[in-house]
Design a protein around this ligand. Structure first.
Ligand code: ARG
Length: 463
């Protein structure tokens, strides 16, 4: 005789219920209740298919359908009592269904297992998150396009090694991030395409002897097709890893941009002013306005990439098919997804609100001999010098300016001719930052005209 405390779903062969510690380590309901809507959608599709195939009666299917809707509304309304003794969302839902509709509830689990159930629920959940990430990235790209359009010809310093390199345009800098976030978006789109196959009906691991229709359930749940191998269907979590991989790369891009905003908003740079909406003050230093949102976005990569590593480690040693280790897939992915969406939304808000300090950017653009390359290029183009010699002459002119404590355009013509006698007045035309950026018309270059083309192309693509 089975102990009353044995699990009502699988306790048939058990003489006693689990130890409290066993229950604590085993239960996932505290977190997998987030899969409730997906779980019920999966059960509805399964029940409808069972009746269409004549495996359960239409009447039972209808009773199950109505019961599942009741359970869903209880969960959504917050009145549902989740039970740790019932381990997970699947058994919580089924047990409540039994209370609501009685005997037909026991027929729902025909031809399926919690193994294909959880794989299906989790795929549906991750698929929604991929869609949310895509939408979040599109919103961010639109905010960046707004900045790029406004500042297609604002000049600012371009850096390598965080040392002034050459002048670039604000629009060009913004569009660099548009490119990165567009690739992030396509990574989520790729992952979504690959994950959009249904594990439902793989059952425990080997398929089932019932005449189920996996194509029907796949279609009902918006999957492109059923997964082709039942062992694979219940035992891989690569779809979640691809999501985390895409999320990690995206978080890395967000982090780099956040780092720039932290630097740019400092008193030393003053390239941008972040809005009050996305800044905080200091409780002791009244003058301070801190870029906390940017700093937190910068830090999010830690937990998101951490989730990726954690799930890789969970999966790497598992023999086929399902092992309980896989229950550890969810919390990490939930946390990573929540934080990615938050970071995307915060970055979109910050980018939309931020104000570039246009005169400050322009002043900085000309500092640090940023047009030295333009000078060298002029020596090549106009005087026919080999680039290496031109580089050498320009280096000497930079050293001269440095010695005089001035910038290149402030050298006199006779100073310049002292280094290279063939230099003419015309050279001053290329030493200005606006001419410098306007001349960089090569494909993908920083010229305002090029930036405007890119903005137009992306605006059209985003629709
Ligand atoms: N809570 C489990 C999980 O998240 C559901 C699958 C349980 N399957 C099993 N055979 N015990 O993975």
């Amino acid at each position: 005789m089975t102990d009353k405390t044995a699990n009502q779903m699988w306790g048939g062969r058990f003489a006693s219920g689990p130890d409290a510690i066993m229950e604590a380590i085993n239960a996932s309901i505290s977190f997998d209740q987030r899969l409730a809507a997906q779980d019920i959608a999966g059960s509805r599709a399964h029940a409808a298919m069972l009746s269409a195939q004549g495996i359960i009666t239409d009447k039972d299917a209808e009773t199950i359908r109505e019961g599942l809707l009741t359970v869903l509304s209880e969960i959504e309304g917050g009145s549902f009592q989740f039970s740790t003794a019932l381990e997970d969302i699947h058994m919580n839902v089924e047990a409540r269904l039994k209370e609501v509709i009685g005997e037909p509830a026991g027929r729902l689990h025909t031809g399926r297992s919690r193994n294909d159930q959880v794989a299906t629920d989790f795929r549906l959940w991750v698929r929604d998150q991929a869609d949310a990430a895509i939408a979040g990235l599109e919103a961010l790209m639109r905010a960046l396009l707004g900045q790029a359009e406004a500042g297609a010809d604002w000049v600012m310093p371009g850096f390598t090694h965080l040392q002034t390199a050459q002048p670039v345009t604000w629009g060009h800098h913004m569009m660099a991030y548009v490119e990165m976030f567009a690739r992030d978006k396509s990574r989520f789109e790729d992952a979504r395409r690959r994950m959009n196959e249904s594990p439902l009906g793989a059952a425990a691991l080997a398929g089932t002897s019932f005449p189920i229709d996996r194509h029907a359930t796949a279609e009902a749940l918006g999957f492109d097709r059923p997964m082709a191998n039942s062992l694979d269907a219940v035992s891989d979590r690569d779809f979640a890893l691809e999501f985390l991989g895409a999320a990690s790369i995206c978080a890395m891009h967000l982090s780099r941009m956040a780092e720039e905003l932290v630097i740019w908003s400092s008193a030393q740079f003053r390239f941008v002013v972040l809005s009050d909406r996305f800044s905080t003050g200091s409780s002791i230093m009244p003058q301070k306005k801190n870029p906390d949102a940017a700093e937190l976005i910068r830090a999010k990569i830690g937990r998101i990439f951490g989730a990726n590593v954690a799930l890789m480690m969970v999966m790497k040693g598992l023999p086929l098919a399902y092992s309980k280790d896989m229950q550890e897939d969810k919390e990490q992915v939930f946390d990573a997804a929540d934080n990615l969406m938050l970071a995307l939304a915060a970055m979109t808000g910050m980018v939309g609100d931020m104000k570039a300090n246009v005169p400050g950017l322009e002043g900085a653009a000309g500092a640090g001999f940023s047009t030295a390359t333009d000078l060298a290029d002029w020596l090549v183009r106009v005087l026919g010098m080999p680039f290496r010699d031109a580089h050498h002459v320009t280096g000497a002119l930079v050293a001269l300016a440095e010695g005089k404590g001035c910038d290149l355009p402030e050298l006199s013509l006779s100073d310049m001719q002292g280094v290279e006698p063939r230099i003419t007045e015309e050279v001053f035309g290329v030493l200005g930052v606006h001419n410098s950026v306007a001349s960089r018309m090569s494909y993908g270059g920083t010229a305002p005209e090029r930036v405007r083309q890119q903005v137009a192309a992306w605006t059209e693509k985003l629709g």
